[in-house]
Design a protein around this ligand. Structure first.
Ligand code: HSE
Length: 437
């Protein structure tokens, strides 16, 4: 049997601790399937005294991950620290510089610096694997960079944040408040250290940026993503969506259009009878539409220690099975130098159906004015419903819920802003895009 593959794990949080435990418990079966043992020889974390319930006997401890990357007796750096800059980035750069393979779950780092890091790895014939960075345990990176080679991909989209899907599911099924659901997601270890990254869509955006590059063979462009989170989704929206035959999901979507590549992350209404609408809780789903294969939908655990560690372990196993000098898998599916520049499609040109919820003054002519604004902007309505709301006797209000046929983002923005300037809107209008699989 070949020599053991020695790995150094930087970061012993939820995922790092799971990984150490799994490798320890499954040493024999891993050695059989990889043709060599996988051995953790070094670890690094902030707090050495914390009891993680791990057996770290014989493992060299480093307080500093960069020192570990530079000096430890390892073949692979597994980076599970997180963050686009700081120790994570420095450790990964040091590892590549030294000639070590790298496995990382760090979506922020890849979204910001993935092209540079891929180029550095390729230059030295090293593997840079990051399956766990997108959709947790679902093997979406491997599918896109290896299995779908030769396909032209037209759209990728999915539920890529377990925390948001968990919150939206519990809000819908149990009528719980947003805050209570978020607390529970944090307790269960799904949420990021700063949960605003989850709920405001940044985490999904990082994952989407990586998928976009793999799908379209372009450079990663995280700053060109249209971003809206779920913090303004209310029980009223969830109920209205349900009455109309939709469920609300935070989707990340990247698609080719005539104007370029559209990347967007926002709460989205998906038809109730589609598979993606049925994906509940922390589960993630990624759909890939391509010309040879057709439509692929992968559903699975998207967050949590073991699910994410499973993807990290798969990446480590790929390295264990590879042989020096035969590293041919380009990190981003094609050599970093041949990635095309990212050509951004403007969000205002986005085409699709829209859900619009307005609270309006209950007075003569309001519906007629709304209809006129929609017609002025060439928007055709699929449905319009009026509900009672709790306005005061002096200032009675009604809720108007509209679903449009396919139109453009610009038309909807213009129509809503004209209605706001008309003076009959109370509070902030809610606009949710509809996505049809
Ligand atoms: N906070 C992330 C989520 C973890 O909720 O999906 C996985 O990236």
């Amino acid at each position: 049997m070949a020599d053991a593959l020695k790995i150094g794990v930087a970061g012993l949080g939820t995922v790092g601790a799971s990984l150490v435990r799994i490798i320890h418990d499954r040493q024999e079966s891993l050695a059989v399937s990889c043709g060599r043992a996988i051995e953790i020889t070094a670890v690094s974390a902030r707090n050495r005294d914390k009891d993680r319930g791990l057996d770290l006997s014989g493992v060299t401890w480093f307080d500093d991950p960069v020192t570990m990357a530079k000096n430890a007796d390892i073949d692979v750096l597994v980076e599970l620290i997180g963050g686009a800059e700081g120790a994570a980035r420095a450790a990964v750069e040091a590892a590549l510089e030294r000639g070590l393979h790298v496995v990382t779950a760090n979506k922020a780092l890849l979204a910001e610096s993935g092209v540079e890091l891929a180029a550095a790895a390729e230059e030295k014939g090293l593997l840079l694997n990051f399956e766990a960075a997108v959709a947790g345990g679902i093997p979406v990176i491997k599918a896109m960079r290896e299995s779908l080679t030769g396909n032209t991909i037209s759209r990728v989209y999915g539920i890529m944040n377990g925390t948001c899907n968990y919150i939206l599911t519990r809000m819908e099924k149990e009528g719980l408040s947003f805050e209570d659901c978020l607390k529970e997601a944090q307790r269960l270890g799904y949420a990021e250290a700063d949960p605003t990254f989850d709920i405001e869509g940044n985490d999904t955006a990082h994952k989407l940026a990586i998928m976009t590059a793999l799908a379209f063979g372009c450079e990663i462009s995280c700053d060109d993503i249209y971003l809206e989170g779920i913090s303004n989704i209310t029980q009223e929206d969830i109920r209205a969506a349900s009455e109309l035959g939709y469920r609300i999901k935070l989707l990340g979507v990247a698609q080719r259009t005539e104007g370029g590549i559209e990347q967007r992350v926002h709460p989205t209404m998906v038809p109730h009878d589609t598979v993606i609408a049925q994906v509940d809780g922390v589960t993630n789903a990624v759909a890939i539409e391509s010309d040879i294969l057709g439509d692929l939908l992968m559903v699975g655990p998207g967050a949590g220690g073991d699910a994410t560690a499973s993807a990290v372990l798969g990446d480590v196993a790929d390295i264990a099975k590879s042989r020096p000098g035969t590293q041919t898998v380009a990190a981003l599916g094609r050599p970093a130098k041949s990635l095309e520049p990212y050509r951004r499609a403007r969000m205002r040109s986005h085409e699709g159906g829209y859900f619009i919820r307005l609270r309006v003054a209950d007075r003569i002519g309001v519906i007629a004015a709304i209809a006129r604004r929609m017609a002025d902007n060439q928007i055709s309505l699929e449905s319009i419903v009026q509900h009672s709301t709790n306005g005061s006797d002096e200032a009675p209000t009604k809720t108007i819920i509209m679903v449009t046929h396919a139109t453009t983002e610009l038309s909807v923005r213009n129509a809503v802003s004209s209605m706001e300037s008309d003076g009959y809107i109370v509070g902030k209008p809610q606009v949710i895009r509809i996505e049809k699989p």
